[in-house]
Design a protein around this ligand. Structure first.
Ligand code: PLP
Length: 401
């Protein structure tokens, strides 16, 4: 008999499992709005033109070798990633106060940051928003942090529960870690305003909480890389410390290349040097060093002014298509006279709309209309097109009437 005979079947991942169910459905009208990956108007995955250009350059480079990268990854990539999120003129960069390491996309960056905090930070409690990306509690728990939540979303207004957020962070113990979505909060699509961010910053600093930013959608929310990084930059401008996990999955379409970075902003260059030395000790026993290809694509694009510009244009086009899908879905529901206020569809930003549909309504839309989404009613706007909006609007209309 197998030594593993007693192992029980694990449940499917709540997000990736949606695609598993979708793949099994033979219906020609089936629609996958579960996973957060961009699709074109034709419903196809998109490789950015600038990424193809960069890959050509990389492949044609005869001096290219496949030696191991350093434990911390590609130096150029790290420097440029820091500039992307903190700003080209960031004093923290000029003062060498930031330790940046290349990691396995956003998830890997969060995990390395969490492992580092468990080993070297005095407080092991992290506050995450309620709700948040489903993988957050697992990543942090596995690393050894204790996970608590703070109020974030108000189902009544389908907007931010700002009062609840301030109360919960206000009563968090001094020194606790706080996870903040830099922009395009997943799954709600609800972000604080600049004034609210400033309030949050003052509270976080006055209580000595440690901010840990998850930046998985820079450029995807507004279409502007700088606008989407404002929250993070406010927290760096005050001279205080923070962590930031960056992903190039969405904004450069590099999902499966697993390219991202973790930055730890410190008070002094001396501290940053020691932090980096300890990050190496976290990374080495996990995966030794990160892969080359995705980071070379990013670095190649960043180093060429023309390619960088092309990237920002292609990124804006993706963001604009998503914004246009919001308007089209909203208009389609209005045209059908679907009961309820659906203005949150156009107010929320980023890849997802948190529809407010409940588990039963989602189940009926899957059963009757072959539309797949997470059971919390989150739909990926990037998976929609002008062609599929009417089908989705019909399904929502039927589910709520
Ligand atoms: N954080 C948030 C909020 C996300 O939505 C995602 C992806 O869906 C990630 C992090 C990490 O993604 P990846 O590991 O593919 O970069």
């Amino acid at each position: 008999d197998s030594v593993f005979a007693n192992i029980v079947q694990a449940p499917e991942d709540p997000i990736l499992g949606v695609t598993v169910a979708y793949n099994k459905d033979p219906s020609p009208v089936k629609l996958n709005l579960g996973v957060g990956a961009y699709r074109t108007e034709e419903g196809k995955p998109l490789v950015l033109n600038v990424v193809r250009r960069a890959e050509q350059l990389i492949i044609n480079d005869q001096s290219r070798v496949k030696e191991y990268l350093p434990i911390t990854g590609m130096a150029d990539f790290n420097k440029l990633s820091a500039k992307l999120i903190f700003g080209t003129d960031s004093p923290a960069i000029q003062e060498n106060r930031i330790a940046t390491v290349q990691c396995l996309s956003g998830t890997g960056s969060l995990r390395v940051g969490a492992e580092f905090l468990v080993k070297h930070y005095h407080n092991r409690t992290i506050y995450i928003p309620q709700p948040t990306w489903g993988n957050h509690p697992k990543v942090f728990t596995m690393a050894g942090l204790s996970v608590k939540s703070y109020r974030y979303y108000d189902p009544a207004t389908r907007g931010l529960n700002f009062q609840g957020l301030l109360e919960d962070l206000g009563s968090a113990p001094s020194g606790a870690i706080v996870l903040l979505h830099a922009c395009a909060h997943n799954p709600t699509g609800v972000d604080p305003t600049t004034e609210q961010w400033e309030h949050i910053r003052q509270l976080v600093r006055s209580k000595g909480l440690l901010p840990f930013f998850d930046s998985a959608y820079q450029g995807f929310a507004s279409g502007s890389l700088d606008t989407d990084a404002q929250s993070v930059r406010m927290f760096v401008a005050d001279g205080g410390e923070c962590l930031a996990a960056q992903s190039y999955a969405k904004n450069m379409g590099l999902y499966g290349e697993r390219v991202g970075a973790l930055s730890i902003v410190c008070r002094t260059a001396d501290v940053a040097t020691r932090v980096e030395s300890q990050l190496k000790l976290v990374i080495r026993p996990m995966y030794s060093n990160p892969p080359i290809h995705g980071a070379s694509i990013v670095a190649t694009i960043f180093k060429d002014r023309d390619m960088y510009t092309e990237w920002t244009i292609e990124l804006k086009a993706m963001a604009d298509r998503i914004i246009s899908m919001r308007q089209q879905l909203f208009d389609a529901l209005r045209a059908r006279g679907t009961p309820g206020d659906w203005s949150h569809i156009v107010k929320q930003i980023g890849m997802f709309t948190f529809t407010g549909l409940n588990t039963e309504q989602v189940a009926s839309m899957t059963k009757e209309y072959h539309i797949y989404m997470t059971s919390d009613g989150r739909i990926s706007m990037a998976g929609l097109s002008s062609r599929t909006v009417p089908h989705l609007a019909d399904a929502i209309h039927a589910a709520v009437t």
